[in-house]
Write a protein that binds this ligand. Sequence first.
Ligand code: TMP
Length: 215
Amino acid sequence: MSLFITFEGIEGSGKSTQIALLAERLRARERTVLTTREPGGCTIADAVRTILLDARNTAMVPRAELLLYAAARAQHIEEVIRPALDSGTTVLCDRFADATLAYQGFGRGLDMKVIEELNGLATGGLAPDLTLLLDFPPEEGVQRALRRNDSRSGPNEDRFELESIAFHRRIREGYLELARREDRFRVVDARGSIDEVAGRIARAVDPVLAAGVRQ
Ligand code: TMP
């Protein structure tokens, strides 16, 4: 039985490490698992990702940014997420539509109603079964993400890390607000060791696996 789990949180909250660990744990239980991320996950959406995250693109206006995220998401769902779910795969996705509400809504101040409508268009109504919000202090998270990006080869993906700390605080508070609104969220304290956080995630995921919500 398929399951769609998304991970959200500010930069440097440890999502990619925890997604890899959860994938390993689920595979050990005989589940077929696909890990993917937004923006990205397929050739066209990866090309859009390069434009979105390029630190040289300082001229990008918030509305263009919003539409590019929506375009990448529509392609990713059609090409990757839906087919995987339809074939019974468990999909773990690093960020999804909630990120647009958090970043372009709470962060950039774009109209929430417009974002919700655009999310509806991009997702065709597909919603996660479970969303894990990795809650982490913005000051530490941004520093961690900048160090990680520095150590990587390839394009400079710092456009969001270079935003002010006030921007990242709005994102964190925005995510917590979204979590209060929707039952599918679990807020996970992302401070502490990798193993501690993985344990918290396991405790959040196991009841949903046992309940087998999708289909
Ligand atoms: P990441 O892969 O390092 O998390 O980078 C993705 C960046 O894009 C991150 O700064 C959050 C941002 N983002 C948005 O602003 N809106 C969105 O809808 C998504 C998916 C990501």
